[in-house]
Write a protein that binds this ligand. Structure first.
Ligand code: PRX
Length: 660
């Protein structure tokens, strides 16, 4: 589907789906009236609203002195200042007194069907305490950074929680990233320790993680030790001075089952997570303890209407913010039971997700539009093969969902019974900002609906004035919420410049949106130089730097083009250096090179060799023109007279026709 037809189908979408009656009486928020009342109160009295939620959802060692404080000009954001708590205590210890103690916290399903592990809260607590003691034994203390490069195995939440327990700051790097990406992230946060695994399963293939870790660590002098989880039993390289087996360390005789929780200030950093932006280097977004924990629990409880008896399954990888907030901190703070799955949706067959929903009687299911589109292509018969009657609420995240995919999800997975919560948020926001409340709000396929309580979105035009009804503009936030980022690691200037300088007094999201006559938000995607491939953010500059790092490349320009399953895919224009000739081999080599530098998610789908790029006389690449050419809209290039060399356009069109 082209970008135009996609937007048209969203613009034409007018169907409305009303909340189900079943479950409504027990819902946290059951009517539109109730939602509006809470929303009004949350904006009128943010101190009252957030302090009630914070007391209800989180256990504090000491209550705070000041509830909300923000100044976007500085910028400075603080919530629950003076409050003391520990995130790990909230996720585990406090559940050990009542019924939750022996309840399953995590039901882990490995890729091989027989690999299943269940951790009750008690069991998880013991393993986390023991690992926290391992960290202490290695001399890791409050404020130290620990890099984590692990697949979707239970040890991943265990080590994150162990860090939180002793006050160390974790920085998880997605297991699909390359050694180069891992290296730059470790270097940026100056981690003292790396935790990885020998390898992991990926659709029947064995991926060698430790090999990447070894490669990265060649250039990471701050890392003293590397702890390795044995997942596959691969034959790996071993540095006896540096490497330690996880199982040997954690089950050592001198390691105790109990470890004290560090008392953390609400504004102490909990973790750093790197995300792509419009500059070449990923930025280390950091979140703090109190606000983040309150916010993830608060949003999960209301948006998924999460109750003690629910089985929640978020299919994201913990290497992304979705996994941090809605696999680790949110569900465990609420004492929920959740599914954690090691593998991909289509292996060993396209019914795998539905099979697991049936097997574990999942009630709340949360995934991404790209997954829905991929599974939709496999045919309606797959969800119909399984008993999906346990499902109650479905969710999506990561990119706008096209109405076709929404309807398929609603009809064939939810059987017309389950509301879909289309949650709009970002790494920076910590949790959902715009999302349906499932038993209260009528749904419109493709719209993330309305702002959650405490959140005040506005759509601003280029000149900073508010956009009118159905008028597109920049999505911004007029006030802070507890889960918002507190900074960019090591770069306060960048923090200010990226998020608070475009419109004074507002948080800038980088997304385009419009609001319809009912006030519903329709997200139109990124307005900056960020591509969203399968719900993953990639900066065009990051991809261009990777290409230019290859000896054959003189210059590169990268754009995103619409893709039926991935949402967007990567299209690269490359100018070769003198002495290099375009060829299919070189194209393959460059594609492989980008994968090696960033990781498989960054694989360019199209790579066109060109002798020039459309630039303004001041040398700025006109991406608008590249986008039109890449999507075949040759007649609609707009004004090309400002180009330094207008002839370049014909060559680009010719090359594009030859490529496809
Ligand atoms: O463009 C928006 C898109 O994903 C971006 C945030 O990406 P990231 O920080 O990687 O976090 C993804 C998971 C929260 C946003 O700026 N996005 C996320 N959710 C939606 C969305 N676009 C439309 N609808 C959504 N529900």
């Amino acid at each position: 589907m082209s970008q135009t037809t996609k937007i048209e189908s969203v613009l034409k979408e007018q169907r409305v789906f009303y909340p189900p009656q079943a479950g409504r009486d027990e819902a946290y928020i059951a009517t539109m009236h109730e939602y509006r009342e809470i929303y009004r109160y949350s904006l009128e009295d943010p101190d009252g609203f957030w302090s009630e939620r914070a007391k209800e959802l989180v256990s504090w060692f000491r209550l705070w002195d000041r509830t909300c404080h923000w100044d976007f000009e500085k910028p400075e954001i603080r919530f629950f200042e003076g409050g003391k708590l520990n995130a790990c205590y909230n996720c585990l210890d406090r559940h050990l007194t009542g019924e939750t103690k022996n309840k399953a916290a995590i039901i882990w399903q490995g890729e091989p069907d027989e690999d299943v592990r269940v951790y009750t809260y008690q069991m998880l607590h013991r393993e986390v305490c023991r690992f926290a003691n391992v960290l202490k034994k290695l001399g890791i203390k409050k404020g130290d950074r620990v890099a984590i490069y692990l697949p979707m195995i239970p040890e991943l939440p265990v080590v994150m929680l162990a860090c939180a327990r002793i006050g160390a700051i974790h920085s998880v790097v997605f297991g699909g990233f390359s050694s180069e990406s891992l290296k730059t992230r470790i270097q940026d946060c100056e981690a003292r320790l790396l935790i990885t695994a020998d390898g992991c399963w990926r659709a029947g293939r064995k991926i060698e993680l430790k090999k990447n870790a070894d490669e990265a660590l060649k250039d990471c002098p701050t890392v003293e030790k590397c702890i390795v989880v044995k997942r596959l039993g691969l034959d790996i390289n071993w540095e006896p001075e540096r490497d330690i087996w996880y199982h040997e360390a954690i089950w050592a005789e001198d390691i105790k089952d109990w470890c004290e929780c560090e008392e953390m200030d609400a504004e102490d950093i909990l973790f750093i997570l790197y995300t792509s932006g419009s500059t070449g280097k990923p930025k280390g977004v950091f979140h703090t303890t109190g606000g983040y924990l309150v916010y993830t629990a608060h949003t999960l409880q209301w948006v998924f209407d999460l109750k003690a008896e629910d089985i929640f399954w978020c299919t994201a990888d913990i290497g992304w913010i979705t996994g941090h907030s809605y696999i680790v901190y949110g569900p465990l703070t609420l004492g929920a039971t959740e599914i954690m799955y090691e593998s991909v949706p289509t292996y060993p067959h396209p019914g795998r997700f539905w099979e697991l929903c049936e097997r574990y009687a999942v009630t709340l299911f949360y995934t991404a539009p790209t997954v829905i589109r991929a599974l939709m292509r496999e045919g309606d018969e797959w969800p119909h093969k399984y008993d999906l009657s346990s499902l109650r609420i479905l969710g999506t995240v990561g990119e706008p969902i096209n109405p076709e995919a929404w309807l398929w999800y609603y009809t064939h997975v939810g059987q017309g019974r389950c509301p879909i919560v289309d949650t709009w948020w970002q790494t920076e926001t910590g949790g959902f900002l715009i999302s349906p409340i499932p038993y209260a709000m009528p749904l419109k396929p493709g719209s993330a609906t309305l702002a959650l309580p405490g959140v005040e979105p506005v759509i601003l035009k280029d000149d900073g004035t508010p956009a009118g009804v159905n008028e597109g503009g920049h999505l911004c936030m007029a006030r802070a919420w507890p889960g918002m980022l507190r900074g960019v690691w090591g770069d306060p200037e960048r923090f200010k410049q990226i998020y608070f300088s475009r419109f004074k007094g507002y948080y800038y999201t980088g997304d385009g949106a419009r609001q319809d006559e009912d006030g519903y938000f329709w997200i139109m995607g990124r307005l900056d130089d960020v591509i969203n491939v399968s719900g993953h953010r990639l900066g065009t500059m990051e991809l261009e730097s990777a290409l230019v790092a290859h000896p054959a490349v003189a210059e590169a320009a990268v754009i995103g083009v619409p893709h039926e399953v991935k949402g967007e895919t990567i299209y690269a224009f490359v100018i070769l250096k003198e002495g290099y000739e375009p060829s299919d081999e070189l194209r393959k080599e460059l594609v492989k090179h980008v994968r090696t530098v960033i990781g498989p998610i960054a694989t360019p789908e199209y790579l066109q060799f060109v002798s020039g790029l459309p630039k303004t006389r001041s040398g700025k690449i006109m991406r608008r023109i590249l986008r039109k050419i890449a999507t075949g809209q040759y007649e609609d290039l707009g004004d090309t007279s400002t180009l330094a060399d207008p002839a370049v356009v014909d060559e680009l069109i010719k090359g594009r026709k030859e490529l496809l």
